[in-house]
Design a protein around this ligand. Structure first.
Ligand SMILES: *Cc1c(COP(=O)(O)O)cnc(C)c1O
Length: 367
């Protein structure tokens, strides 16, 4: 693309808005509000705005820095902090976050003190561990936890939630979602309170929502990947009605030569300490492009042109077999790739990858 340094990532805001609307409409039909998750794009403000145009009710991110970035960009919505806060950041959390996810009484105690100092009420969502074994209060301990949490001034329990398919790979099921719904009812009854949100799922829950099997009491979802990349996260299948190429990585051919497919000479491990297996394909046409492991998860990208085969990469190069494109490629050509979540996250984090916003009307380069 003229005037843009390679490598660069194009971000199509209309596609993100479209994906958000598709997911929001589905969830809406099942009584579920959607918070859009921007941690996969480091809280990139234009992406959050596109999600909000697509109908998400608020924005969540795992990092305080990302949420501050969104706030500084003038985005006016409720912000949810997904990663349970460290004690060292309670003042900052109360200052810039509307709802934080929590699983420790010690943290609630300090958040309470911070809220009182700031003259604010801080909303919390108590996380329950339904078996995925990342964050959350074990179900047996939830009632005792709530009985103490309700005593903290300055803290309001906005809801309970659970996160699945992240550490243990446990999928949302009627059993675990009913367990969360049941816990919500018991809490409301025992403590005479109303839980505004019962937040069951992330992008791994879309199949269950669409199947109509989600218990009615589950009324909130936190969705990132399905909006950004158009995939549910159990089978990583494209989600119906969404697009998978809102983000595309572009890099440039900097060397193009016929070379053997097997290394010549005695071999040891590569630059990353790995002993790489090579397949003898005879003499092939090889392209080096100017993106590498320092920029992206090289295992997480897929060439848009199926004639391209990725052979491997080092910190600054990817090595490609472009034999099937012989006669149709040249040094200076740009090649394009779609990304999985890991590749997207690394491309967004790399300061060497220029971010280039595409919209229906205007283009602008941002870093
Ligand atoms: C990352 C995250 C999400 C979003 O997950 P996706 O699979 O991207 O939809 C939701 N909730 C929590 C707690 C998270 O950390």
């Amino acid at each position: 693309m003229a005037g843009v340094n390679t490598p660069y990532l194009t971000i199509d805001l209309d596609k993100i808005e479209h994906n958000a609307r598709t997911i929001v409409d589905l969830c809406d039909q099942h009584g579920i509000a959607v918070t859009g998750v921007t941690k996969g794009v480091c809280g990139y403000p234009d992406v959050a705005r596109a999600m909000l145009r697509g109908g998400v009710t608020s924005i969540a991110d795992s990092r305080l820095e990302n949420i501050r970035r969104l706030g500084n960009a003038g985005i006016d919505t409720d912000f949810m902090l997904l990663r349970v806060p460290p004690l060292s950041a309670v003042d900052a959390v109360v200052e810039s976050i509307d709802v934080s996810l929590n699983s420790e009484l010690a943290t609630l105690k300090d958040l309470s003190a911070a809220a009182i100092r700031a003259g604010k009420i801080h909303n919390v969502m108590l996380m329950v561990d339904l078996g995925d074994l990342r964050e959350g209060i074990w179900p047996d301990d939830v009632m005792t936890f709530v009985s103490q949490a309700i005593n903290f001034d300055g803290i309001r329990i906005k809801g309970i939630g659970a996160n699945l398919a992240c550490f243990g790979g446990v999928v949302p099921s009627e059993e675990n979602m009913n367990q969360l719904a049941e816990l919500a009812s018991v809490i409301e009854h025992r403590f005479s309170m109303t839980l505004e949100w019962v937040s069951g799922v992330n992008s791994s829950g879309l199949e269950m929502i669409a199947s109509g099997k989600m218990p009615q009491r589950i009324n909130h979802a936190r969705i990132g990947e399905a909006i950004l990349l158009g995939r549910e996260t159990i089978h990583r299948k494209p989600w119906p009605g969404t697009v998978q190429d809102a983000f595309v990585l572009h890099a440039e051919i900097v060397e193009l030569k016929q070379k053997p497919s097997l290394p010549v000479g005695e071999r040891s491990e590569d630059a990353f300490g790995e002993l790489v297996e090579f397949e003898d394909r005879g003499k092939i046409l090889r392209a080096l492009i100017n993106v590498g492991r320092e920029d992206i998860d090289i295992h997480g990208i897929t060439p848009l042109d199926s004639r391209i085969d990725i052979l491997g990469g080092s910190s600054g190069y990817l090595v490609l077999d472009v034999f099937a494109m012989e006669g149709n490629v040249a040094v200076g050509d740009e090649l394009s790739f779609t990304l999985n979540y890991s590749a997207l996250l690394t491309a967004m984090t790399s300061e060497y990858v220029t971010k280039h916003i595409l919209t229906g009307v205007a283009n602008s380069v941002e870093q």
